[in-house]
Design a protein around this ligand. Structure first.
Ligand code: PMP
Length: 427
């Protein structure tokens, strides 16, 4: 049993010693003590079904024994910066990771987070193209450092002192966008941005395949391929931010971009790559990677043995336990069940996403699509009381984000939907 400080004590310390900007989910925040596969346990030993997976960071399951063993064994042996000496862990993981990517995407740079990976990707695109302008999407999230904050397309994540050099294109949002699901129509906006807002050349384009923080929005079909053509004509590189949609989460594919039939020039990843430990990566072609030889490019802990040993174990578990297939089967079933809830409750405006990356947008009025923000919070809170944790996102804070560990089972999907159904029926 847990004998550590109580939730109240921790909250008090948090308020006194940690950033005043941090927030927590739930009226009575959870004090989480243990994790096991798709379950989390609080200080009283109460079990919760985790359908958010620490913001899609946990792919194999909490504390998956094979991943933990790999991390612990490596840490007992050596944990160090990998920049100056040889160690097999970084090389083994780079090789395994490269084998998961198409085409010429074979050179890996390791970082410690998604922000760092995206910063590096934009630096490489700028160096390669020899210009500064980047095109990104409205409603995107790419990180919290200067460049990535600039690329992020949501005012609530941007501080106004940051210089951007980024042009934000119309979001191919199939639910609220003016062109519905007509991808190529939205893509025309990127052409216009380049024509009217730049010299005619750009360094690149960065986007998620499914916007995560933005509320599980899958880009309209036909959009990415059209934009990739436009960007390449303007001399730019296409960057796929796979921080949330990568690592088998979408079920149909290992990477989110594969669902759009494109091959990016640079792919960035984090979160699921380490099943909860801090690691990110950028994968690109040898030719593009070469731009970083012009200066010293240095990252003390990028690719350290502990994290790369963990990452390699994650890839092995995904294959061995067929987690991509599971994400597809269970995700498809869960989406069907959620879609049938939509027939029952007017408040559900949209059910969307792929595999185990699903979103449910709540609206007060289906015609006007008025965000049902308060109701979203209420339902989340009630579901937590009944033992189910889901996430929340979208610019208006009215979208449930369901991104569980990929070991989520059909029974878990049923429990989640039954609990949501019960809570909605009592409103
Ligand atoms: N890209 C995407 C798509 C993300 O969702 C996030 C994190 N929410 C990031 C980048 C930044 O990752 P990190 O928080 O690890 O810096």
């Amino acid at each position: 049993p847990y004998t550590g400080p109580s939730a109240e004590e921790i909250l008090k310390k948090r308020q006194q010693y940690l950033s005043p900007a941090i927030f927590h989910f739930y009226k009575n925040p959870l004090n989480l003590v243990d994790g096991k596969m798709q379950y989390l346990f609080d200080d009283k030993g109460r079990r919760y079904l985790d359908a958010f997976g620490g913001i899609a960071t946990v792919c194999c399951g909490h504390c998956h024994p094979e991943v933990v063993d790999a991390i612990v064994n490596q840490t007992k042996r050596l944990q160090h910066s990998t920049v100056l000496y040889l160690n097999h862990a970084i090389a083994d993981f780079a090789e395994a990771l490269a084998s998961k990517l198409p085409g010429d995407l074979k050179v890996v740079f390791f970082t410690n987070s998604g922000t760092e990976a995206n910063e590096l990707s934009m630096l490489m695109a700028r160096l390669y193209a020899g210009c500064h302008d980047i095109v990104s999407l409205r409603n995107s999230y790419h990180g919290n450092a200067a460049g990535t904050m600039g690329a992020t397309g949501q005012s609530n994540y941007k501080f106004n002192v940051v210089q951007t050099g980024v042009h934000h294109a119309m979001n191919p949002d199939q639910y609220r966008g003016i062109f519905g699901s007509d991808g190529p129509k939205y893509a025309k906006d990127v052409e216009d941005l380049i024509t009217y807002g730049t010299s005619g050349s750009v360094a690149g384009f960065i986007s998620e395949a499914i916007q995560g923080v933005g509320g599980i929005l899958e880009l309209a079909p036909g959009y990415l391929s059209a934009v990739y053509n436009t960007i390449r004509k303007a001399g730019g590189l296409c960057i796929a931010d796979e921080v949330q949609s990568g690592f088998a989460r979408t079920g149909s594919h290992f990477w989110g971009f594969e669902g759009h039939g494109v091959v990016p020039d640079i792919v960035t990843m984090a979160k699921g790559i380490g099943n909860g430990i801090p690691i990110g990566a950028v994968v690109t072609t040898p030719e593009i990677a070469n731009v970083l030889t012009r200066r010293n490019y240095f990252n003390t802990f990028g690719g350290n043995p502990m994290c790369t040993a963990g990452g390699l174990a994650v890839l092995r578990v995904i294959e061995k336990e067929k987690l991509q297939q599971n994400a597809f089967t269970v995700g498809t079933y869960l989406k069907e069940r959620l879609t049938s809830l939509k027939e029952k409750y007017e408040i559900i405006g949209d059910v969307r996403g792929r595999g185990l990356m699903l979103g449910i947008e709540l609206v007060q009025d289906r015609e006007l699509k008025t965000p049902a923000k308060v109701e979203t919070l209420y339902i989340m809170d009630q579901m937590k009381e009944m033992g189910v944790l889901i996430g929340k996102g979208g610019f208006y804070g009215n979208v449930f984000r369901i991104t569980p560990p990929l070991c989520f089972k059909k029974e878990d999907a049923d429990f989640l939907v039954d609990v949501m159904d019960y809570v909605m029926s009592k409103m």
